[in-house]
Design a protein around this ligand. Structure first.
Ligand code: PLP
Length: 394
């Protein structure tokens, strides 16, 4: 066997993988499995974006671009940040990356020295801790309690800060909970960050997926002081149903962006050129399909939420954004005779043919993540299967 580097030996494989693989295996065997694991919109990319990318290739835009992305795309991103959030960024403060995930990866690589700490609220998106560790950093967890809608308080944040703290990650709306921090909450967290000079990594990838009267606000919008201390991470994957295009961006401090650009120039060279042209169209073109997709998500959320909380032993915070529900099912799992929620999830797949993601992968072992980025029909069928499964066991 090859002797692999220590840094990848320590890498924990995604807990969502096992269940996804098992669901695929059952499907291949002809079982009618309903998958609620998807982390991507079920709609195709709007046609004008696809057309723009195709046209760019036909026009010969099939070569390298600058490492930080096409100047025209950076201009469109700057315009978007200004129009949507009232934030002014010079194009030199923006880097286009191979998805938001790669923006985060590159950011931690340029920020962290061995032993530097990054505060990660629980429940967290699975890649944060691994990316921090890959950069030599140390994840420091603080739990957003369910009674506080999974959000961390300023007191919790302050208690997690040490002299090694470099940054805190804020993901609003959140994957996996779908909850949104309010302006007031962000302001108070921001005060702690300013007091202790902690950098804020604001992952806003679900910015456009917000429902009802709720409104997304970036912590960078609160004050110019906070803007200077924040790196915004965003992209088109979720907003424009473009997960496979792999285009995201980071916006913030010029020297951080410059270091990220240097690193990208030696690792990726640039994000895929036609995908960048498509993204120019995504930002510059009509946005009406976003509203249509949002309306579909919101309708599903409202219907499925009610059905889900009617299952005995299920409790659930009603999310304000993203496309996930994160019910606490510990009571249902226990009364159905399972040792823990992971076992309950495995049985749900084997016996009820519904694939959900166990919360343990997000640091919350009492919960499961249900994605409603699938048709209402499948969702209703899946939730009724879950309900019947639970009822048959208790
Ligand atoms: N951040 C969060 C919270 C996510 O859920 C995801 C995708 O699942 C990403 C970042 C990565 O997005 P992208 O597909 O643009 O890399």
């Amino acid at each position: 066997d090859f002797e692999l580097a220590n840094r990848v030996k320590a890498l924990t494989p995604s807990t969502t993988l096992a269940i996804t693989a098992k669901a695929k295996e059952l499907k291949a065997q002809g079982f009618d499995v309903i998958g609620l694991g998807a982390g991507e919109p079920d709609f195709n990319t709007p046609q004008h974006i696809i057309d723009a990318a195709a046209a760019s290739m036909n026009e010969g835009h099939t070569k390298y671009t600058p490492a930080a992305g096409l100047p025209l795309l950076k201009k469109e991103i700057a315009k978007k940040l200004h129009n949507d959030q009232g934030l002014h960024f010079d194009p030199s403060e923006i880097i286009v990356t191979n998805g938001a995930k790669h923006a985060l990866y590159t950011l931690f690589q340029v920020l962290l020295n061995e032993g530097d700490e990054v505060i990660i609220p629980i429940p967290y998106w699975v890649s944060y801790p691994e990316q921090v560790k890959l950069a030599g950093g140390v994840p420091v967890y603080t739990e957003g309690l369910e009674e506080n809608e999974f959000k961390i308080t300023p007191e919790q944040l302050e208690a997690s800060i040490t002299e090694k703290t470099k940054a805190v990650i804020i993901n609003s709306p959140s994957n996996p909970t779908g909850v949104l921090y309010s302006e007031e909450e962000l302001k108070k967290l921001g005060e702690v960050c300013i007091k202790h000079k902690v950098l804020i990594v604001s992952d806003e990838i679900y910015e456009k997926l917000v429902y009802g009267d709720h409104k997304h606000i970036s912590i960078a919008q609160i004050s110019s002081e906070l803007k200077e201390q924040t790196i915004i991470i965003n992209g088109v994957s979720k907003s424009h149903s473009m997960t496979g295009w792999r285009i995201g961006y980071a916006a913030g401090n010029q020297s951080v962006i410059k270091a990220m650009t240097n690193l990208a120039s030696h690792s990726t060279s640039n994000p895929t050129t036609p995908a960048q042209y498509g993204t120019i169209a995504a930002y510059a073109g009509p946005q009406d399909q976003l509203a249509e997709m949002n309306a579909a998500f919101e309708q599903r959320l409202n219907i499925i939420y009610e059905q889900l909380v009617s299952i005995p032993g299920f409790t659930c915070i009603k999310p304000q954004g993203a496309f996930y529900l994160f019910p606490n099912v510990a009571e249902a799992a226990a009364s159905a005779g399972y040792q823990n929620v992971d076992e309950f999830v495995a049985a749900l797949l084997e016996e009820a043919m519904v694939a959900v993601i166990p919360g343990s992968g997000f640091g919350s072992p009492n919960n499961i993540r249900i994605s409603y980025a699938t048709s209402l029909d499948s969702l209703e069928q899946a939730v009724s299967r879950i309900k019947n499964f639970v009822l048959s066991k208790i």
